[in-house]
Every structure is written in C-alpha cells, then in structure tokens.
Design a protein around this ligand. Sequence first.
Ligand code: SAM
Length: 262
Amino acid sequence: MKKRPLGQNFLIDPNIAQNIIQLAQIQPGEPVVEIGPGKGVLTQLLINEADSLTAIELDPKLSRELQNRFSKSPSFKLIEGDAAKFDYGSLGTGLNVVSNLPYYAATHIMKKLIHYRNNIRSMTLMLQKEVVDRLTAKPGLRSYGSLSVYVQYHCEVQRLLEIPNTAFSPKPKIDSSLIGLKPLPQPRVQVKDPQLFFKMVHSAFFHKRKMLKNNLKDWEHLFNEENGQAQLAGIDLNRRGETLSLNDFADIANHVHTLTAA
Ligand code: SAM
C-alpha cells in the first residue's frame, strides 16, 4: 500500500464537515485556527463562519492550492509550516482550533496546543477513535492512562461525534471521533508541584498490570504500612494506577511533596 507520510486522509462527506463546524460553536469575532486544511473541505466552511481564519499546512503543494483558492478572502491567512512547531502565542488569545489532525502527529500536536492553553478557548479535533477513548476515559476503564489524566487535568473534555472511515479518501483502516477540548481556567485538581504530579502519574501507569507499590518504587521510602498493606496518602498501594482518580493522584503527589519539601 502507498505510504501517506503526512497523514493525508481527506474528509469527503459534506454532512459530516458541516456537522463538525456546527459542533465547534465558533462565536462571532473569535479567531479560528485550522491545522492541516488539506484540500479545504473544512476551510471553505470555516471561512464563512469565522471573522479571521489562520490555516497551517505543511504540504507545499496543498499550501499553493489553498492560497490560490482562498487568498481573495481578507479574513484568510495561510501559514506553510509544521503545526507541531508553531508558536500559537503569536496569534493572540481566544483561539478556536479546528482540525482533522494527521494521525501520525495527532497526539503530539494536541499536547502542543494544550501547552498554549492560555491562548486557546476551544479545540475541536478529529482524532483516531482509540485516542479519543483514552482522552475521555474514566478510572477503571482499560483505556484510562497518563494521557487521560494529562488532558483531563488541563481541559474540559467532550466527545462530540463518531466518524466512520468511509467518510475519508483514501479510506484509513481506523474510525475517527471528534472531541471538544476547552482549557480550564485552573487545573481540575489542586497540585502543589505539577512536575512531581505528572512524574508520579507516568510511573503509576508504567507497567499497566502492576500494582502501585511496584510502579511507585522511587517513593518506597515514603510508604507507610496499615494492617500489613503498603499505603501512601491513605491510598492502598495494592491497587493499580488505572483505578485512581485525578483527586487520588493529587492527594498522593501533594503528600509526597509535603514529605520531601525541606
Ligand atoms: N482538513 C483536511 C480534511 O479534513 O480533509 C485534511 C486533513 S488530513 C487528515 C491532515 C492534513 O494535515 C493534511 O493536509 C496534511 O498535509 C497536513 N499535515 C500533516 N502534518 C502536518 C503538520 N505537522 N503541520 C501542519 N499540517 C500537517
């Protein structure tokens, strides 16, 4: 099969395209950023909806075609470049990002956007269905992991739409889902040391089938014993990481922070 290095699976279903734009709920006057406009199926609709639209496309050939097609519109600006390296801060605040993300870089670009969360009001992103399962997963589910914690810590997360692979050309092997992410004004849980919090979250999920007492060995000297069971911040370390809520992770990390802050 021909390799598609830039994740170029183009949306060909006009109803789904229309649906995505409606679900993005763009407010009058708010700037819109489209990542990977491709052949312009969403761009065409966004241009009617948005007062200003900045599109970032990596492929030079597609960029040329987009420029020829849309440059007449004064609200449209095309940037030929890599969305994973782009400085979104340069576009100001209140950004609404809309994208059918290229699969190969989707998670990476999404994390980059979350990094610029102070500049962003909303993200409406089409991603591989399995990735959306992870982003929306609650504790106890198989797909719950450090990516779920990371995204839910920073954002309001809403699953918006399921999109079958038949809606794209060429047809990818996998289905997609549309997700809405809204950066929270404050992180979902209060954490004294975010770096330590995420380090512990990553460790807790490192070997998914292992108990916390094995995954959190770096902090073993801080464990205490209750009825012969290892505990940390009152949490039974015979549990697995996948059973812990964001609040549980915050309790553990804040407890360790207090014990180790001299
Ligand atoms: N928006 C179009 C649609 O829905 O039909 C195209 C979506 S296609 C899945 C992904 C698009 O992102 C392609 O046009 C591809 O060239 C572009 N792309 C891939 N990697 C990129 C990157 N790092 N930065 C910006 N655009 C990228």
